[in-house]
Design a protein around this ligand. Structure first.
Ligand code: SF4
Length: 283
């Protein structure tokens, strides 16, 4: 067993999928690009609770309730709170994360009161590259939401995406912005191409991706988790376990929002084969 090599696992639950009117060019959930994905509103609460139980059984430490859309409407807020309360009632020992887009202080306080522990809102990219990837809402609204998360005392989960055509300076700029928010956890995504999207390919190499993980750890040293999220399988292929050598200590198990992941059992077996231990307790 290696020393200090406990890895956190996090599971995502897409509770509303593919119904977003925004135009983020990396996102298959936008209705504008007509990607071939499942689209639905409001997954059944009982099913969400079942998925939370399964995630815990698979040793997930965090469970994230994700909705598609620019932000929280009153109806969506009520629904996420209902899901959060139903999961909390089960006492599964999961850290409950909500990821529902742009949010006000009042929305976030309501989520907190319903039992949500953390809020995930990514900056996605550098401020000066953002107009290239989204024209329907500004980067500053994203940053403000992260500040709102901190204001209400929820744990902040804040990361972004690499490989959408940004320069190295812009990658560093995004990491600087994330660092300025002092998030608890930092999910790093690597653009996963889809033929329906306007961004056609991932523009970074595997070696560059490894270096970016190391850079993120160096620039955001106090984050509890540097997490490799979307794009892991495609970006790192058969060298996925090396992400931990480079500075990551968390990853997403199971499926992503609209793409399939490896099975949790395969991921866990691979981790253990390389001498890593899974952090099972709630942090
Ligand atoms: S706002 Fe969120 S769900 Fe909507 S297109 Fe952008 S990233 Fe996708």
């Amino acid at each position: 067993m290696k020393n200090n090599d406990e890895i956190f696992l996090c599971a995502i639950c897409n509770i509303e999928s593919g119904t977003c009117n925004e135009d983020c060019k990396f996102c298959t959930q936008s209705v504008k690009y007509k990607a071939d994905i499942q689209r639905y509103k409001q997954k059944e609460i009982a099913q969400i609770v079942e998925e939370a139980k399964r995630a815990r059984a698979n040793n997930a430490n965090g469970f994230c309730l994700v909705t598609a859309g620019k932000g929280l409407t009153p109806k969506r807020l009520e629904y996420v709170c209902e899901a959060a309360k139903a999961i909390k009632k089960e006492n599964l020992g999961l850290i409950l994360i909500a990821c529902n887009g742009i949010a006000t202080v009042e929305d976030l306080q309501t989520l907190k009161d319903a039992g949500v522990d953390a809020y995930n809102h990514n900056l996605e990219t550098a401020r000066d590259f953002y107009d290239e990837i989204c024209t329907t809402h500004p980067w500053d609204d994203r940053y403000q939401t992260c500040l709102n998360v901190k204001q209400v005392g929820l744990r902040l989960v804040c990361g972004g995406i690499f490989g959408m055509g940004e320069t190295q300076e812009q990658r560093i700029s995004m990491l600087e912005s994330i660092a300025s928010l002092e998030p608890m956890n930092v999910p790093l995504n690597f653009f996963h191409p889809n033929e329906a999207l306007p961004i056609v390919k991932n523009t970074i190499t595997r070696e560059e991706a490894f270096e970016l993980i190391t850079l993120a750890r160096k620039m955001i040293p106090n984050a509890m988790k540097i997490m490799v999220a979307g794009g892991r399988e495609v970006m790192f292929g058969d060298e996925q376990y090396k992400i931990f050598e480079k500075g990551a200590n968390a990853f997403v198990i199971g499926d992503y929002l609209t793409t399939q992941g490896k099975t949790p059992a395969d991921d866990i077996a691979e981790l253990e084969k390389h001498g890593y231990k899974i952090k099972r307790e709630r942090d």
